[in-house]
Design a binder for this molecule. Structure first.
Ligand SMILES: *[C@@H]1O[C@H](CO)[C@@H](O)[C@H](O)[C@H]1NC(C)=O
Length: 137
């Protein structure tokens, strides 16, 4: 195989949208409330965090557009990046679209651009909001 072609193919694979960072979501910050930074020095790997984002609810990567299974809580983990989500209102279940979830993480990262945090995603449950955290495991 022609080597430059091979290299180009590898680069194209590495930047494939399957594992790429969430689309450049435009967020205002109003998507979340009560964001609290925990450890701003936690050395989370960005790629692992992006994979963890898509690992909630048993996986929402690719063509899956929302959290399936209506859980009351869920975990999305990859490497040392761990998201924990919980419907805050008693009896509620998580009913969040991938877009809303990605926007909530981005919005929390406006306040806490590095490291770990807790926050509340406005809406995203059958009733009320979804509390979530990003921690290092
Ligand atoms: C879940 O959210 C969708 C909109 O994304 C809505 O149409 C549906 O009624 C919701 N389901 C429940 C059980 O709240």
């Amino acid at each position: 195989m022609y080597i430059p072609t091979l290299i180009f193919s590898l680069l194209a694979f590495a930047s494939s949208p399957i594992l790429a960072a969430p689309a450049n979501q435009i967020v205002s910050g109003a998507e979340v409330t009560g964001t609290t930074c925990l450890d701003k020095t936690a050395a989370l790997d960005t790629h692992s965090t992006n994979v963890a984002i898509l690992s909630i609810c048993g996986g929402i990567a690719g063509s899956i557009q929302k959290c399936g299974g209506a859980p009351a809580s869920t975990i999305g983990q990859s490497g040392t990046s761990k998201f924990e989500l919980k419907a805050l209102q008693a009896g509620a279940t998580i009913n969040i679209s991938k877009g809303r979830w990605e926007r909530c993480v981005k919005a929390a990262q406006l306040t806490c651009p590095t490291g770990t945090f807790t926050s509340t995603c406005v809406g995203g449950a059958t009733v009320g909001d979804v509390g979530f955290s990003l921690t290092e495991v």
